[in-house]
Write a protein that binds this ligand. Structure first.
Ligand code: UD1
Ligand code: UDP
Length: 381
């Protein structure tokens, strides 16, 4: 039996890793342990609860307004003892967070092979997303097994000289998580009723009114970028009193301060707390379109036929852009308001962006990842 250690710590990693942890935990070929850094606290716990996961190790490192030095060093030091005690044969990390980089670095120092889930995404611009592009490139330098969502990400790795036999096109596990959650809501009337009832505390869902769902939290947008995003939202809300804007805000104090100071007084803008995954999936399924700077939401929305206006200057996920369901609108007030107004006013443009495609997966990524790891081990033995 092989010992495997999952290391993650933020909301998006938890959403994307939870279905995979659950598959590993059920497989008797593996002794699976979960280490959470708790780089996020409440947002991580919301997700762990929903997917019914209990960590074996909880580093509990989050501080208010934490910086990259403290996240990295605290995780690295705490992992040293865990790796020495548990002696994993494999560490699995996800994506581009500072927890993922620290997990990979700890594995490398202890000579434990690394599997990187959602490997190979690139903007080739270390300033954006910051620090995620650098994290992803550094993790891929330390990685032994690459699990990429698409052929484009595989090509990025091949161009960097990574060996093809170590790369598996698995699809993104976020689609596994999304389908699981949608099926759960569909098959459980009580859950749907509960979601509606709880949501109505923050936003009275009214089928007669369209709403735009918004999230924005990226570090490189703090300050001027986020101010422009908020000013654009205000203008869209003012020019379109017939629609609502619903914005679950990230608890980061930099986000809270700007959004609260600029958006609280607009009657058709609803600033609400970060939502449990099932609630957010429900809102994604019912909104008119989405405006965001998030990574994961770019991958989920195309499966739900929801157009995305991406409030960033570049993306490491070009597939949905190429398919025409995501549009890059930057972070300037004029470009954001112009594109949002166009989607609201022109049904043809809206239709063109709202077809269903799944460039990021088919819901079977977890199966492929486990099979690949097993086959690789069999070949080695
Ligand atoms: C992190 C990731 C980013 C990812 C994002 C997802 C890094 C460098 N950044 O950024 O890639 O897109 O998570 O949301 O790894 N906070 C809370 N409660 C929580 C979570 C956060 O209060 O549950 C507050 C704390 O004050 C914390 C701050 O938010 O210090 C920032 O959290 P941090 O993980 O450093 O940055 P994110 O912007 O969340
Ligand atoms: N999400 C959520 N609740 C929210 C906002 C987002 O569950 O209030 C989910 C969303 O569906 C996606 C993930 O969180 O799966 C994206 O996380 P985030 O935008 O924080 O990080 P990123 O993907 O940009 O790294």
């Amino acid at each position: 039996m092989k010992r495997v250690l999952f290391v993650f710590g933020t909301r998006p990693e938890a959403i994307k890793m939870a279905p995979l942890v659950n598959v590993f935990k059920k497989d008797s070929d593996f002794e699976t342990k979960l280490c959470v850094s708790a780089q996020h606290r409440e947002m991580l716990d919301q997700t762990l609860n929903f997917f019914n996961l209990q960590p074996d190790f909880d580093l509990n490192i989050m501080e208010s307004n934490q910086d990259l030095f403290s996240i990295t060093s605290k995780i690295l030091l705490a992992l040293k003892d865990i790796l020495k005690d548990f002696k994993p044969h494999l560490i699995l990390v996800h994506g581009d967070t500072t927890t993922a980089l620290s997990g990979a670095l700890a594995g490398f120092y202890e000579k434990v092979p690394i599997a990187h889930i959602e490997a190979g995404l690139r903007t080739h611009n270390l300033a954006s997303p910051y620090p995620e592009e650098a994290n992803r490139q550094m993790i891929d330098t330390l990685t032994n097994y690459y699990f990429v969502p698409t052929n484009d990400s595989k090509n990025n790795l091949l161009l960097e000289g990574k060996k093809e036999k170590n790369i598996c096109i698995s699809g993104n596990t976020v689609i596994d998580a999304l389908f699981l959650t949608l099926n759960l809501i569909k098959s459980n009337q009580n859950l749907e009723q509960k979601i509606k009832k709880d949501l109505s505390l923050y936003y009275p869902l009214n089928p007669q009114r369209k709403f735009i769902l918004v999230t924005a939290h990226r570090r490189e947008n703090f300050g001027e970028g986020l101010i422009q995003i908020c000013e654009a939202l205000k203008q869209i809300a003012y020019n379109n009193p017939q629609i609502d804007i619903v914005y679950p805000t990230h608890p980061n104090p930099n986000v809270q301060k700007t959004t609260k100071s600029l958006l609280t007084d607009t009657p058709n803008i609803f600033l609400i707390p970060p939502l449990n995954y099932e609630y957010f999936v429900y809102l994604m399924s019912h909104c008119y379109f989405i405006m965001t700077d998030s990574g994961g939401i770019q991958e989920e929305a195309p499966s739900l036929r929801k157009p995305i206006l991406l409030m960033r200057n570049n993306t490491e996920r070009p597939e949905a852009l190429e398919a025409g369901v995501v549009k890059l609108v930057g972070t300037h007030i004029q470009s954001i308001t112009k594109e949002a107004q166009n989607l609201l006013d022109n049904p043809k443009d809206y239709q063109a962006m709202s077809h269903s495609i799944n460039p990021y997966g088919d819901g079977k990524a977890c199966e492929r990842i486990v099979d690949f790891i097993k086959n690789f081990q069999r070949d080695k033995e």
